[in-house]
Design a binder for this molecule. Sequence first.
Ligand code: CP3
Length: 321
Amino acid sequence: MWFMRQAGRSLPEYRAIRGEGSINDAIANPDLATEITLQPIRRYGVDAAILYSDIVTPVHAIGFGMDVVPGVGPVVEKPFASSDDLSRLRPLDPEADTPYVLETIDNLVAELDIPLIGFAGAPFTVASYLIEGRPSRTYHNTKTMMKARPELWFSLMDRLADLAIVSLQSQVAHGAEAIQLFDSWAGSLSAADYEKYVLPSSARVLEEIGKTGVPRIHFGVGTGELLGLMAQAGADVVGVDFRLSLAEARTRVPADKALQGNLDPAILGAPWEVVEREVDAVLESNGGHPGHIFNLGHGVTPDSPPETLEKVVERVHAYRA
Ligand code: CP3
Protein backbone atom coordinates (compact mmCIF):
# COMPACT_ATOMS: atom_id res chain seq x y z
CA MET A 1 0.00 0.00 0.00
CA TRP A 2 0.90 3.61 -0.60
CA PHE A 3 -0.99 6.88 -1.02
CA MET A 4 -1.07 9.07 -4.08
CA ARG A 5 0.18 12.49 -2.89
CA GLN A 6 1.49 10.94 0.30
CA ALA A 7 4.14 13.66 0.35
CA GLY A 8 3.02 17.25 0.34
CA ARG A 9 0.77 19.76 1.93
CA SER A 10 -1.07 17.49 4.38
CA LEU A 11 2.22 17.02 6.26
CA PRO A 12 3.38 19.74 8.71
CA GLU A 13 6.97 18.64 8.12
CA TYR A 14 6.43 19.36 4.39
CA ARG A 15 5.02 22.81 5.01
CA ALA A 16 7.99 23.51 7.30
CA ILE A 17 10.66 22.84 4.66
CA ARG A 18 8.89 23.48 1.34
CA GLY A 19 9.57 27.24 1.32
CA GLU A 20 7.99 29.78 -1.02
CA GLY A 21 8.10 29.76 -4.78
CA SER A 22 7.17 27.32 -7.47
CA ILE A 23 7.10 23.58 -6.88
CA ASN A 24 9.44 23.46 -9.88
CA ASP A 25 12.14 25.03 -7.69
CA ALA A 26 11.59 22.43 -4.95
CA ILE A 27 11.77 19.62 -7.52
CA ALA A 28 15.00 21.10 -8.92
CA ASN A 29 16.64 20.81 -5.47
CA PRO A 30 17.61 17.13 -5.04
CA ASP A 31 18.31 17.35 -1.30
CA LEU A 32 14.90 18.92 -0.68
CA ALA A 33 13.05 16.58 -3.07
CA THR A 34 14.73 13.57 -1.45
CA GLU A 35 13.72 14.69 2.03
CA ILE A 36 10.12 15.40 0.94
CA THR A 37 9.84 11.94 -0.65
CA LEU A 38 11.11 10.34 2.56
CA GLN A 39 8.86 12.23 4.99
CA PRO A 40 5.73 10.08 4.49
CA ILE A 41 7.84 6.90 4.56
CA ARG A 42 9.10 7.72 8.04
CA ARG A 43 5.72 8.81 9.30
CA TYR A 44 3.43 6.20 7.79
CA GLY A 45 5.47 3.11 7.05
CA VAL A 46 3.85 2.71 3.64
CA ASP A 47 5.20 -0.04 1.38
CA ALA A 48 6.47 2.19 -1.43
CA ALA A 49 7.85 5.67 -1.97
CA ILE A 50 6.74 7.88 -4.85
CA LEU A 51 9.20 10.30 -6.32
CA TYR A 52 8.52 13.93 -5.46
CA SER A 53 8.23 15.54 -8.87
CA ASP A 54 5.32 16.48 -11.13
CA ILE A 55 3.75 15.31 -14.36
CA VAL A 56 4.64 18.63 -15.99
CA THR A 57 8.33 18.50 -15.04
CA PRO A 58 9.52 17.28 -18.50
CA VAL A 59 7.60 19.94 -20.48
CA HIS A 60 8.77 22.57 -18.03
CA ALA A 61 12.36 21.32 -18.39
CA ILE A 62 12.40 21.59 -22.19
CA GLY A 63 11.26 25.19 -21.93
CA PHE A 64 7.63 25.03 -23.01
CA GLY A 65 6.81 27.90 -20.65
CA MET A 66 4.83 26.05 -18.03
CA ASP A 67 4.64 26.82 -14.33
CA VAL A 68 2.69 25.31 -11.44
CA VAL A 69 0.80 28.07 -9.66
CA PRO A 70 0.01 27.33 -5.98
CA GLY A 71 -3.70 26.73 -5.49
CA VAL A 72 -4.29 26.61 -9.25
CA GLY A 73 -2.11 23.99 -10.91
CA PRO A 74 -0.12 23.94 -14.15
CA VAL A 75 -0.43 27.14 -16.15
CA VAL A 76 1.04 27.75 -19.61
CA GLU A 77 2.14 31.15 -20.88
CA LYS A 78 1.39 30.44 -24.52
CA PRO A 79 -0.92 27.44 -24.95
CA PHE A 80 -0.40 24.84 -27.67
CA ALA A 81 -2.60 25.88 -30.60
CA SER A 82 -1.03 25.08 -33.99
CA SER A 83 1.57 23.01 -35.79
CA ASP A 84 4.11 25.80 -35.16
CA ASP A 85 3.92 24.89 -31.49
CA LEU A 86 5.20 21.35 -32.14
CA SER A 87 8.72 22.75 -32.38
CA ARG A 88 8.37 23.93 -28.76
CA LEU A 89 8.24 20.27 -27.76
CA ARG A 90 11.77 19.13 -28.51
CA PRO A 91 12.93 15.70 -27.28
CA LEU A 92 13.87 15.35 -23.62
CA ASP A 93 17.45 14.49 -22.68
CA PRO A 94 16.92 13.47 -19.04
CA GLU A 95 20.60 13.60 -18.03
CA ALA A 96 20.94 17.14 -19.40
CA ASP A 97 17.41 18.54 -18.91
CA THR A 98 16.37 16.97 -15.59
CA PRO A 99 19.64 15.96 -13.87
CA TYR A 100 18.05 16.98 -10.53
CA VAL A 101 15.32 14.32 -10.94
CA LEU A 102 17.92 11.63 -11.53
CA GLU A 103 20.04 12.83 -8.62
CA THR A 104 16.96 12.68 -6.38
CA ILE A 105 16.33 9.11 -7.52
CA ASP A 106 19.98 8.17 -6.89
CA ASN A 107 19.70 9.60 -3.36
CA LEU A 108 16.44 7.78 -2.71
CA VAL A 109 17.57 4.41 -3.99
CA ALA A 110 20.58 4.64 -1.67
CA GLU A 111 18.38 5.46 1.34
CA LEU A 112 15.25 3.37 0.84
CA ASP A 113 14.65 -0.24 1.76
CA ILE A 114 11.27 -0.21 -0.01
CA PRO A 115 10.62 0.27 -3.74
CA LEU A 116 10.56 3.70 -5.35
CA ILE A 117 7.72 4.36 -7.79
CA GLY A 118 8.54 6.61 -10.74
CA PHE A 119 5.88 8.22 -12.88
CA ALA A 120 4.92 10.29 -15.89
CA GLY A 121 1.85 12.09 -17.11
CA ALA A 122 0.03 10.28 -19.90
CA PRO A 123 -0.04 12.14 -23.22
CA PHE A 124 -3.73 13.06 -22.97
CA THR A 125 -3.56 14.57 -19.49
CA VAL A 126 -0.38 16.55 -20.25
CA ALA A 127 -1.90 17.67 -23.59
CA SER A 128 -4.96 18.99 -21.75
CA TYR A 129 -2.73 21.38 -19.77
CA LEU A 130 -0.73 22.46 -22.82
CA ILE A 131 -3.85 23.18 -24.87
CA GLU A 132 -6.19 24.63 -22.24
CA GLY A 133 -3.35 26.65 -20.69
CA ARG A 134 -4.63 25.92 -17.18
CA PRO A 135 -6.69 23.32 -15.32
CA SER A 136 -10.05 22.84 -17.05
CA ARG A 137 -13.34 21.19 -16.18
CA THR A 138 -14.65 20.78 -19.72
CA TYR A 139 -11.59 20.28 -21.96
CA HIS A 140 -13.36 22.13 -24.80
CA ASN A 141 -10.18 23.18 -26.59
CA THR A 142 -8.57 19.76 -26.12
CA LYS A 143 -11.58 17.91 -27.53
CA THR A 144 -11.92 20.41 -30.36
CA MET A 145 -8.32 19.87 -31.44
CA MET A 146 -8.70 16.09 -31.14
CA LYS A 147 -11.73 15.99 -33.43
CA ALA A 148 -11.20 18.96 -35.73
CA ARG A 149 -7.44 18.59 -36.26
CA PRO A 150 -6.68 14.90 -35.79
CA GLU A 151 -3.35 15.10 -37.61
CA LEU A 152 -2.09 17.84 -35.29
CA TRP A 153 -3.57 15.97 -32.31
CA PHE A 154 -1.72 12.76 -33.11
CA SER A 155 1.55 14.64 -33.71
CA LEU A 156 1.16 16.21 -30.28
CA MET A 157 0.35 12.85 -28.68
CA ASP A 158 3.45 11.37 -30.35
CA ARG A 159 5.73 14.05 -28.90
CA LEU A 160 4.23 13.72 -25.44
CA ALA A 161 4.49 9.93 -25.57
CA ASP A 162 8.18 10.29 -26.46
CA LEU A 163 8.71 12.62 -23.48
CA ALA A 164 7.00 10.15 -21.13
CA ILE A 165 8.95 7.17 -22.50
CA VAL A 166 12.35 8.81 -22.22
CA SER A 167 11.58 10.22 -18.78
CA LEU A 168 10.33 6.87 -17.46
CA GLN A 169 13.24 4.97 -18.98
CA SER A 170 15.67 7.27 -17.20
CA GLN A 171 13.81 6.87 -13.90
CA VAL A 172 13.91 3.08 -14.19
CA ALA A 173 17.58 3.16 -15.23
CA HIS A 174 18.32 5.06 -12.02
CA GLY A 175 16.45 2.56 -9.85
CA ALA A 176 12.68 3.18 -9.87
CA GLU A 177 11.19 -0.28 -9.37
CA ALA A 178 7.65 0.42 -10.62
CA ILE A 179 6.06 3.20 -12.63
CA GLN A 180 2.66 4.85 -12.65
CA LEU A 181 1.25 6.48 -15.76
CA PHE A 182 -1.08 9.27 -14.60
CA ASP A 183 -3.92 9.83 -17.07
CA SER A 184 -5.77 11.75 -14.43
CA TRP A 185 -8.29 13.47 -16.70
CA ALA A 186 -8.98 10.67 -19.23
CA GLY A 187 -12.32 10.16 -17.49
CA SER A 188 -13.60 13.20 -19.36
CA LEU A 189 -13.68 11.11 -22.55
CA SER A 190 -16.12 8.56 -23.94
CA ALA A 191 -14.77 5.05 -24.35
CA ALA A 192 -14.91 5.41 -28.14
CA ASP A 193 -12.91 8.65 -28.11
CA TYR A 194 -10.44 7.27 -25.57
CA GLU A 195 -9.86 4.21 -27.72
CA LYS A 196 -9.34 6.16 -30.92
CA TYR A 197 -7.52 9.31 -29.79
CA VAL A 198 -5.71 8.40 -26.58
CA LEU A 199 -5.15 4.69 -26.13
CA PRO A 200 -2.59 4.26 -28.95
CA SER A 201 -0.11 6.75 -27.47
CA SER A 202 -0.52 5.53 -23.88
CA ALA A 203 -0.15 1.95 -25.16
CA ARG A 204 3.14 2.92 -26.81
CA VAL A 205 4.43 4.36 -23.53
CA LEU A 206 3.39 1.27 -21.56
CA GLU A 207 4.80 -1.09 -24.18
CA GLU A 208 8.20 0.62 -24.19
CA ILE A 209 8.39 0.63 -20.39
CA GLY A 210 7.23 -2.99 -20.33
CA LYS A 211 10.58 -3.81 -21.95
CA THR A 212 12.33 -2.72 -18.74
CA GLY A 213 10.43 -5.36 -16.79
CA VAL A 214 9.09 -3.08 -14.05
CA PRO A 215 5.38 -3.25 -13.12
CA ARG A 216 3.26 -0.58 -14.76
CA ILE A 217 0.31 1.08 -12.97
CA HIS A 218 -2.21 2.94 -15.15
CA PHE A 219 -4.39 5.42 -13.29
CA GLY A 220 -7.12 7.93 -14.04
CA VAL A 221 -10.00 9.66 -12.24
CA GLY A 222 -13.58 8.93 -13.25
CA THR A 223 -12.38 6.19 -15.57
CA GLY A 224 -14.85 3.48 -14.52
CA GLU A 225 -16.08 3.20 -18.11
CA LEU A 226 -12.50 3.02 -19.42
CA LEU A 227 -10.94 0.42 -17.11
CA GLY A 228 -11.03 -2.36 -19.69
CA LEU A 229 -9.34 -0.14 -22.28
CA MET A 230 -6.79 1.12 -19.76
CA ALA A 231 -5.89 -2.49 -19.00
CA GLN A 232 -5.74 -3.26 -22.70
CA ALA A 233 -3.31 -0.34 -23.15
CA GLY A 234 -0.71 -2.50 -21.43
CA ALA A 235 -0.94 -2.00 -17.68
CA ASP A 236 -0.02 -4.62 -15.08
CA VAL A 237 -2.06 -2.74 -12.49
CA VAL A 238 -5.17 -0.68 -13.15
CA GLY A 239 -5.92 2.21 -10.79
CA VAL A 240 -9.53 2.55 -9.71
CA ASP A 241 -10.93 5.80 -8.35
CA PHE A 242 -13.56 6.00 -5.58
CA ARG A 243 -16.59 5.91 -7.87
CA LEU A 244 -16.53 2.18 -8.49
CA SER A 245 -16.10 -0.71 -6.07
CA LEU A 246 -13.11 -2.98 -6.57
CA ALA A 247 -15.55 -5.90 -6.94
CA GLU A 248 -17.21 -4.15 -9.87
CA ALA A 249 -13.83 -3.09 -11.30
CA ARG A 250 -12.77 -6.75 -11.32
CA THR A 251 -15.56 -7.51 -13.77
CA ARG A 252 -14.15 -4.90 -16.17
CA VAL A 253 -10.47 -5.86 -16.32
CA PRO A 254 -8.86 -9.21 -17.20
CA ALA A 255 -8.21 -11.54 -14.25
CA ASP A 256 -4.42 -11.37 -14.63
CA LYS A 257 -4.33 -7.64 -13.81
CA ALA A 258 -3.95 -6.26 -10.32
CA LEU A 259 -6.09 -3.37 -9.09
CA GLN A 260 -5.00 -0.31 -7.16
CA GLY A 261 -7.31 1.68 -4.94
CA ASN A 262 -9.69 2.97 -3.81
CA LEU A 263 -10.52 4.63 -0.51
CA ASP A 264 -12.30 7.93 -1.11
CA PRO A 265 -9.82 10.65 0.03
CA ALA A 266 -12.79 12.87 0.95
CA ILE A 267 -13.56 10.59 3.91
CA LEU A 268 -10.18 11.09 5.61
CA GLY A 269 -11.47 14.02 7.67
CA ALA A 270 -14.18 11.88 9.27
CA PRO A 271 -13.95 10.35 12.78
CA TRP A 272 -11.77 7.22 12.84
CA GLU A 273 -14.68 4.78 13.24
CA VAL A 274 -16.10 6.04 9.95
CA VAL A 275 -12.77 5.87 8.13
CA GLU A 276 -12.13 2.39 9.55
CA ARG A 277 -15.44 1.14 8.20
CA GLU A 278 -14.60 2.54 4.76
CA VAL A 279 -11.10 0.99 4.79
CA ASP A 280 -12.59 -2.38 5.67
CA ALA A 281 -15.17 -2.02 2.91
CA VAL A 282 -12.38 -1.50 0.35
CA LEU A 283 -10.47 -4.52 1.63
CA GLU A 284 -13.57 -6.68 1.60
CA SER A 285 -14.59 -5.49 -1.84
CA ASN A 286 -11.22 -6.80 -3.04
CA GLY A 287 -12.37 -10.20 -1.84
CA GLY A 288 -8.94 -11.54 -0.93
CA HIS A 289 -7.66 -11.27 -4.49
CA PRO A 290 -3.83 -11.37 -4.36
CA GLY A 291 -3.46 -8.60 -6.92
CA HIS A 292 -4.38 -5.56 -4.88
CA ILE A 293 -2.39 -2.42 -4.07
CA PHE A 294 -4.28 -0.52 -1.39
CA ASN A 295 -4.38 3.20 -2.17
CA LEU A 296 -6.78 6.12 -2.23
CA GLY A 297 -9.11 6.65 -5.16
CA HIS A 298 -7.19 9.89 -5.83
CA GLY A 299 -4.52 11.91 -4.03
CA VAL A 300 -4.36 12.92 -0.37
CA THR A 301 -5.89 16.39 0.00
CA PRO A 302 -4.04 19.09 1.99
CA ASP A 303 -6.64 19.02 4.82
CA SER A 304 -6.27 15.28 5.53
CA PRO A 305 -5.13 14.60 9.12
CA PRO A 306 -1.82 12.69 9.05
CA GLU A 307 -2.92 10.80 12.21
CA THR A 308 -5.78 9.28 10.24
CA LEU A 309 -3.49 8.20 7.42
CA GLU A 310 -1.21 6.58 10.01
CA LYS A 311 -4.15 4.55 11.27
CA VAL A 312 -5.19 3.56 7.75
CA VAL A 313 -1.72 2.08 7.17
CA GLU A 314 -1.89 0.16 10.46
CA ARG A 315 -5.34 -1.16 9.65
CA VAL A 316 -4.41 -2.35 6.17
CA HIS A 317 -1.19 -3.97 7.37
CA ALA A 318 -3.02 -5.72 10.23
CA TYR A 319 -5.65 -7.01 7.80
CA ARG A 320 -2.96 -8.41 5.52
CA ALA A 321 -1.25 -10.09 8.47
O1 CP3 B 1 1.97 11.51 -5.39
C1 CP3 B 1 2.96 12.08 -4.92
O2 CP3 B 1 3.09 12.30 -3.70
C2 CP3 B 1 4.17 12.36 -5.81
C3 CP3 B 1 4.36 13.69 -6.27
C4 CP3 B 1 3.41 14.25 -7.30
C5 CP3 B 1 3.07 15.62 -7.37
N1 CP3 B 1 2.29 15.80 -8.46
C6 CP3 B 1 3.56 16.65 -6.43
C7 CP3 B 1 2.79 17.90 -6.31
C8 CP3 B 1 2.75 13.60 -8.35
C9 CP3 B 1 2.74 12.14 -8.70
C10 CP3 B 1 2.06 14.61 -9.08
C11 CP3 B 1 1.30 14.31 -10.31
C12 CP3 B 1 0.39 15.32 -10.84
N2 CP3 B 1 0.61 16.64 -10.96
C13 CP3 B 1 -0.85 15.02 -11.41
C14 CP3 B 1 -1.44 13.67 -11.54
C15 CP3 B 1 -2.01 13.21 -10.26
C16 CP3 B 1 -3.40 13.72 -10.00
O3 CP3 B 1 -3.55 14.53 -9.08
O4 CP3 B 1 -4.30 13.24 -10.66
C17 CP3 B 1 -1.41 16.23 -11.85
C18 CP3 B 1 -2.76 16.42 -12.50
C19 CP3 B 1 -0.46 17.25 -11.57
C20 CP3 B 1 -0.56 18.70 -11.85
C21 CP3 B 1 -0.56 19.48 -10.60
N3 CP3 B 1 0.58 19.75 -9.86
C22 CP3 B 1 -1.68 20.02 -9.89
C23 CP3 B 1 -3.09 19.95 -10.35
C24 CP3 B 1 -1.18 20.63 -8.71
C25 CP3 B 1 -1.95 21.30 -7.60
C26 CP3 B 1 -1.84 22.78 -7.64
C27 CP3 B 1 -2.24 23.42 -6.32
O5 CP3 B 1 -1.37 24.04 -5.71
O6 CP3 B 1 -3.40 23.25 -5.92
C28 CP3 B 1 0.23 20.43 -8.71
C29 CP3 B 1 1.17 20.87 -7.68
C30 CP3 B 1 1.75 19.80 -6.84
N4 CP3 B 1 2.35 18.68 -7.35
C31 CP3 B 1 1.79 19.74 -5.41
C32 CP3 B 1 2.46 18.55 -5.08
C33 CP3 B 1 2.82 18.06 -3.72
C34 CP3 B 1 1.23 20.80 -4.42
C35 CP3 B 1 1.81 22.15 -4.60
C36 CP3 B 1 2.99 22.54 -3.73
O7 CP3 B 1 3.28 22.02 -2.65
O8 CP3 B 1 3.67 23.49 -4.20
